[in-house]
Design a protein around this ligand. Structure first.
Ligand code: FAD
Length: 302
């Protein structure tokens, strides 16, 4: 097996253009498992670990995206997201903190999660919930392409990257309201999610974001649930008053999230259990975030 070790991003792009089948390796926490189990034997590995800019992040404003945005290098490990970005990327930080073990969180990255595009990846529900304005920055020798997160996942473990493209960064708007992530597993650490749910309140534009993990062929949002809740919050003036959403609306939100999934029965859980668990996680994350939001309204008024 050939081992390509570019020293710069330009060299990495050139190497990928010359060897489109070369498998990128970042933290290696997915790639090395595949190799160790002999599930996959690529002709070449493209090691991205010498490219320092992939492990940095910056905040700024970007054309086509409203407000402040974090441009997260594809190889920034989860441990650093939790340590350095728990405020601006609250949902992703909570999700990242549930990944594997400390060792895995020190190596594993959002770029790697996106590269693998597993429906069970924990970054995906948080990225979807962060809004439609999240973009994967894909780059090749041909230039940069911004892929909206809703267009990124195209099938089971398949994404919309072209063979010569690499993920340079992920552009995520800074959280403008509380965000949450919830995951069901057989224990608290080192498990693939039976199912997962990401949720975000976006008071600035009066929307809410959702992301479903491990309960459909790809990560996906619960569009009808998002619309229902946004309408409910707007029509009752709840964004301004911070009043109670009420059990009927919370229940309905959970039902719509559950209905948006298309889970299967497998060794980790049944489809029926996943549907049930999603409704529970949707109700809980909505309650947690709404409590946080109303508390912030009260503090601002005091
Ligand atoms: C013990 C263990 C526990 C785990 N627990 C969890 C968990 O709880 N939740 C979870 O979501 N995942 C879990 N994982 C899987 C893994 O840690 C994550 O998917 C992680 O995000 C992968 O990141 P990485 O940088 O290690 O990716 P790598 O293994 O380096 O790469 C993963 C995939 O992405 C591609 N890739 C990497 N970088 C790029 C790039 N810049 N551009 C294009 N493609 C790229 C690779 O070619 C490969 O296909 C676990 C893994 C292990 C071994």
């Amino acid at each position: 097996m050939e081992f390509l070790r570019p020293a710069t991003w330009d060299e990495a792009l050139a190497a990928k253009a010359e060897n489109p089948s070369a498998l990128p390796i970042s933290g290696g926490t997915d790639v090395m498992v595949e190799l160790n189990f002999d599930r996959h034997r690529p002709g070449a590995l493209l090691d991205l670990n010498r490219i320092t800019e992939l492990t940095t992040w910056e905040s700024g404003t970007y054309e086509g995206q409203e407000g402040e945005v974090i441009r997260l290098g594809s190889a920034v490990p989860y441990a650093r997201i939790t340590k350095e970005l728990s405020g601006p990327l609250q949902g992703l930080s909570i999700a990242g903190n549930t990944v594997g073990s400390p060792q895995i969180r020190n190596r594993g990255s959002v770029g790697g999660n996106l590269g693998g595009a597993s429906p069970a990846g924990d970054a995906h529900p948080a990225l979807l919930a962060a809004g439609k304005d999240v973009f994967v920055e894909a780059e090749s020798v041909r230039g940069t392409r911004l892929i909206a997160i809703d267009d990124f996942y195209v099938g089971v473990k398949r994404n919309s990257l072209e063979p010569d493209e690499l993920i340079r960064a992920i552009r995520i708007p800074v959280a403008d309201g509380p965000q949450q992530f919830s995951k069901i597993g057989t224990r608290n650490a080192m498990v693939i999610a039976v199912c997962a749910f990401g949720f975000a309140l976006h008071p600035k534009n009066g929307t809410v974001g959702t992301g479903i993990g491990s309960a459909a062929p790809t990560p996906r949002r619960a569009a009808e649930a998002e619309q229902f809740l946004a309408d409910e919050l707007a029509s009752r003036g709840l964004w301004e008053s911070g009043g109670l959403i009420g059990p009927a609306a919370v229940q309905r939100f959970g039902e719509l999230v559950s209905a948006a999934a298309s889970p299967i029965d497998d060794v980790r859980g049944s489809a029926a259990y996943r549907r049930h668990a999603l409704a529970v996680m949707a109700r809980r994350t909505l309650t947690w975030t709404w409590n946080e939001y109303t508390q912030s309204l009260r503090s601002a008024a005091a």
